[in-house]
Design a binder for this molecule. Structure first.
Ligand code: PRP
Ligand code: URA
Length: 206
């Protein structure tokens, strides 16, 4: 298992805005989207490209173009907040959806929706901003592997040590790309210091 933390001042700045309790949903959504671009940029560094000859304005030259099919799979609800920028960055992306919800009492995630395309050979980004116990991410990755996903990468905004360890055990082949690595979980399995409930903050619910 490996983990890559976004190492950029802008990423730190954006995470700080998300952490502030008084950041309103409208701003929270905009900042989450900006961060999503940076995460996707980092997570796709090693995408396969192929040489291509092009007619430039002055001469024929050689360039490189993307040569690996990509899929993105947000985990509902919170993952939806990171989806749109990735679709804009990679216009040929295919999108699947996984609905998971943690039980308030046990913090164990229950699956309520799964709509995945054939992911065979696709470089697949599983997108869920909060990696707390890791239960949701682990289930989501199992689903995408079941749909044939090739290389799988986990994109999150904040990762707790417990979630990192869980994914390392359940899916050692999956690299985690995160904007922040936090300290611990509280008694309700919320990340500390974290930023609260990402879905609630994104959509103004409680
Ligand atoms: C949150 C979050 C993750 C999950 C992380 O979702 O978006 O999916 O918790 O926790 P875990 O690592 O302990 O599984 P939640 O279940 O609150 O649903 P929501 O996105 O619909 O609010
Ligand atoms: N889900 C969230 O949205 N936040 C946490 O801290 C943990 C799980």
């Amino acid at each position: 298992m490996s983990i890559r933390r976004l190492d950029h001042p802008l990423a730190e700045h954006l995470v700080t805005i998300l952490r502030r309790a008084d950041t309103p949903p409208e701003r929270f959504r905009a900042v989450a989207a900006e961060l999503s671009r940076l995460l996707a940029w980092e997570a796709t560094r090693d995408l396969r490209t192929a040489a291509v000859k092009i007619n430039g304005p002055l001469e024929v030259t050689e360039g490189r173009q993307l040569d690996e099919p990509i899929a993105v799979v947000p985990v509902l609800r919170a993952g939806l907040g990171l989806l749109e920028p990735i679709v804009q960055m990679f216009p040929n992306v295919t999108v699947g959806y996984i609905g998971l919800e943690r039980d308030d009492r046990t913090a164990v995630a229950r699956s309520y929706y799964c709509k995945l395309p054939n992911l065979s050979g696709r470089f697949t980004l599983v997108v869920d901003p909060m990696l707390a116990t890791g239960g949701s991410a682990s289930q989501a990755i199992t689903f995408v592997k079941g749909a044939g996903a090739g290389r799988v990468r986990m994109l999150c905004v904040v990762a707790a040590p417990q979630g990192i360890e869980r994914l390392g055990k359940d899916h050692p082949d999956v690299e985690i790309v995160t904007a922040a690595c936090d300290r611990d979980l509280d008694a309700r399995c919320y990340i500390l210091p974290g930023l609260g409930d990402f879905g609630d903050r994104l959509y103004g619910t409680e």
